[in-house]
Design a protein around this ligand. Structure first.
Ligand code: NAP
Length: 336
């Protein structure tokens, strides 16, 4: 059996994850029991949510156990099988770990995928996976924008945010994107078609509020919130009556104490709502989302950007890009 390099969680991070919180070990690939199959992982999805799973805190998922591989969605190829319906050579996707080989179980979270259905197999981790579905269902089911509405997106150059902006544009909305740095802001306009952009770096709540006010002179009808903290507070200062805020993520708080929303008084003033969203609630409808977005990807109205780093030995650095902002699109680690 081949060796299996695995990226393990050694201790729970205190604030920003340190390299010493993880271990890269080489183990034997396990022998299969009946009902199991061996997956050669080709790609792992690096998601901000993984940071939350490293904490010993109550969430929608149990914490990653210490000594276990860092949990991640992977796509790979069945290398060996003792499970009916999983044949050697078949592509599969599932919630596994950052490791070169995972063992799948019949009835578990790993399912066959058909690479012929997407331009690139990695698109199952971006537009046609949880990221794209978060954008699609989060925008249309939670935020419910009307044509002509102004939609404010934070984390707008990222995997989810860039798709939200493009979907809102297709829907006939005016889009305002917030991202870090001039390069990303230029990309928001040139590549994703945002009508107005804001570089949040170096701006406090007042400066951000002013910048949003200038970018959205008629106010904001929808906020798709990926970041939280000052950015959410500044958005709240600019909402219109009956604005809808879809709370998708709070990445600015994942490595530090929660700041919370300090301007929620504005929800009362404007009879607005804020709703948390979790993509897992829409799993049964992923096919619907994929069908809706496939033509837009095919005709170029949705650009799919993936940032693929290579090698399990680079797992830590690749993961930390999500927090430094040095990822340009959906962060993926190539394992084979
Ligand atoms: P991503 O946006 O591709 O990457 C993370 C980006 O967040 C970075 O590139 C960086 O962009 C920005 N960022 C990091 N730290 C920040 C900080 N302290 N302040 C401001 N911006 C910061 O990641 P993603 O996968 O698309 O995820 C985006 C958000 O969606 C996350 O909050 C994630 O948890 C959430 N999410 C939620 C669900 C759900 O079901 N609720 C599903 C998927 C994702 P800049 O360079 O612009 O700073």
């Amino acid at each position: 059996m081949p060796d299996n390099r695995r990226f393990l969680l050694k201790r729970r991070p205190d604030g920003a994850p340190a390299e010493q919180d993880f271990d890269l070990v080489t183990e034997d690939t396990p022998a299969l029991n009946d009902g199991e199959f061996l997956i050669r992982n080709h790609y792992a999805s690096l998601d901000p949510a993984i940071r939350g799973w490293m904490d010993d805190a109550e969430s929608y998922m149990p914490p990653i156990p210490l000594g276990a591989p860092v949990r991640a969605t992977t796509i790979g190829v069945v290398e060996d099988s003792k499970a009916d319906g999983f044949e050697k050579g078949q592509w599969v996707m599932g919630l596994n770990g950052i490791e070169e080989y995972s063992v799948g179980t019949l009835g578990g979270f790993t399912q066959p995928i058909d690479p012929a259905m997407v331009p690139e197999v990695t698109n199952f981790l971006s537009l046609f996976g949880a990221v794209g579905m978060t954008a699609y269902f989060g925008l249309f089911e939670v935020c419910k924008p009307g044509k002509g509405d102004t939609v404010l997106v934070s984390g707008a150059a990222g995997a989810v945010g860039s798709i939200v902006g493009q979907l809102a544009k297709i829907h006939g909305c005016r889009t305002v994107g917030i991202a870090g740095g001039p390069e990303k802001c230029a990309r928001l306009k040139d590549r994703y078609g945002f009508d107005a952009v804001i570089d949040y770096r170096g701006k406090d709540v007042d400066a951000l509020s002013k910048a949003i006010g200038e970018a959205a002179p008629d106010g904001v009808d929808v906020i798709f919130e990926n970041v939280g903290g000052d950015i959410l507070d500044a958005g709240l200062n600019n909402i219109n009556r009956h604005a809808r805020i879809g709370l998708c993520g709070l990445i600015s708080e994942y490595n530090s104490d929660a700041v919370g929303a300090r301007n929620i008084w504005q929800l009362i003033v404007h009879r607005a709502s804020i709703t948390g969203l979790l993509v897992a609630d829409y799993v049964e409808r992923f096919g619907e989302g994929a069908q809706a977005m496939a033509p837009w990807a095919a005709d170029g109205r949705i650009k799919i950007d993936e940032h693929i780093d290579e090698g399990i030995e680079n797992a830590y650095d690749a993961f930390m890009r999500l927090f430094s902002g040095s990822n340009q699109g959906k962060m993926i680690l190539k394992l084979a």
